[in-house]
Design a protein around this ligand. Structure first.
Ligand SMILES: [Zn+2]
Length: 210
């Protein structure tokens, strides 16, 4: 089996994200990108299996046309988003989670087109930000089951250089990425922390305000 190191590392991170409650059921999908250009490969979680107990050998290897080069599992319908993110932004790892907090906020702020996060120390974790005295905007787009059209929507929304390595699909979940698996994992943890704080603060404020 090829990509043994990547398989082991990705399976570990998937189990961690599952343990945090961010990929319940068989939700979420996860990849490490290897190689460049037409040789690029995605070591990826297969669809329809629980992410907490995936063996390294259960992971599949895809090319950019979503052909399964290794493994017996089927790619997720969302594998196309992993190809888009790697090819557009040079991501080396893409992690997609379905958490309670990202689902709540993505629905609530879809009408604004972005979720704004401001004044949190944790903002330094989710981008090339050196201070908490800043505001970031996480793009939100409507959910869709039509992946090619969702990619077109994302291209129009994010452009070539997104200001944060992330976007939200409304009522669905977070996509984030990084230059390495470790960085992408840090981004999930950072964003999910921020989402929980922001969502709790918003509901707190609503109640306090009567
Ligand atoms: Zn999903």
């Amino acid at each position: 089996v090829n990509f043994a190191r990547e398989r082991t590392a990705l399976a570990e991170v998937m189990a961690f994200l599952f343990s945090k409650g961010w990929a319940p059921g068989t939700g979420g999908n996860f990849s490490i990108v290897v190689g460049e250009g037409s040789d690029r490969r995605w070591v990826m979680s297969p669809s329809g299996i629980e992410k907490g107990s995936v063996a390294p050998s259960d992971l599949i290897v895809l090319d950019r046309e979503l052909n399964v080069l290794e493994g017996t599992g089927k790619p997720s319908a969302e594998a196309l988003l992993h190809v888009y993110i790697a090819e557009s932004f040079g991501a080396r790892s893409i992690l997609h989670v379905h958490s309670v907090w990202n689902t709540l906020l993505s629905r609530r702020f879809l009408k604004d087109g972005h979720l704004y996060l401001e004044g949190y120390e944790m903002l330094k974790v989710v981008g090339s930000i050196k201070t908490h005295e800043t505001r970031i905007a996480v793009p939100i787009v409507p959910n869709s089951q039509d992946m090619p059209s969702l990619v077109e929507t994302l291209k129009a929304k994010l452009g070539d250089e997104p200001t944060v390595p992330a976007f939200l699909l409304a009522g669905h979940g977070l996509y984030t990425w990084g230059d390495s698996l470790a960085e992408a994992k840090r981004h999930v943890e950072g964003f999910e922390f921020l989402f929980e704080v922001e969502a709790r603060e918003q509901s707190w404020g609503r109640h306090a305000g009567g």
